[in-house]
Design a protein. Sequence first.
Lengths: 58, 135
Amino acid sequence: MQLSHFSAALVFSLFASIVFGITQKNDARSMLRYGAYCFALFVGGVVVGGWFLWVLKH
Amino acid sequence: MAENKPATPSAYPITTQSIIVLILGWLVPGAGHLMLKKWWRGLLLLISVLAMFALGIGMQGKVYSPNTGDILDMLGFVGDVGSGILYFAAQIMDLGRGAIHIAVADYGTKFIIVAGLLNIMAAIDAHHIAIGKKA
């Protein structure tokens, strides 16, 4: 199986965020919000990190 | 002189069910929540951990065996074994031998470790629900 670096990061973020949301909050609404928050942080971190490395290279 | 205070009962007493839920949740991802009739949570946890583990194997990630070598290898084993029955199945089927010449295989190794760590979180969460610490 060949996933690109970005798609691997997306899949990782999705499943990790689901588990974080379920385990860290009590009610369904909070779980959904926290899961979405974690997913945004994961993906945002990937994008920011990617651009940071691009700046370092150039 | 130390006073002999009477033992106060814990706010969250550990029951037989809470121990069973913890062990079952570790062995089978999501099973702890399913046993507590938290159907959606259990199903989502099962799908998440199973998918991460399967993707890790699909990317030819490495499954660590018990070892006393490098500290990172030992920690890798601890993470992997968190997947419970998935780990033992992978060992029996001789999966996850690792392919160091493939770049994404390293991602696969991390997927497998994180699947185990997430499963441990899920099992502890089920335990907390069983003792009434969490809704």
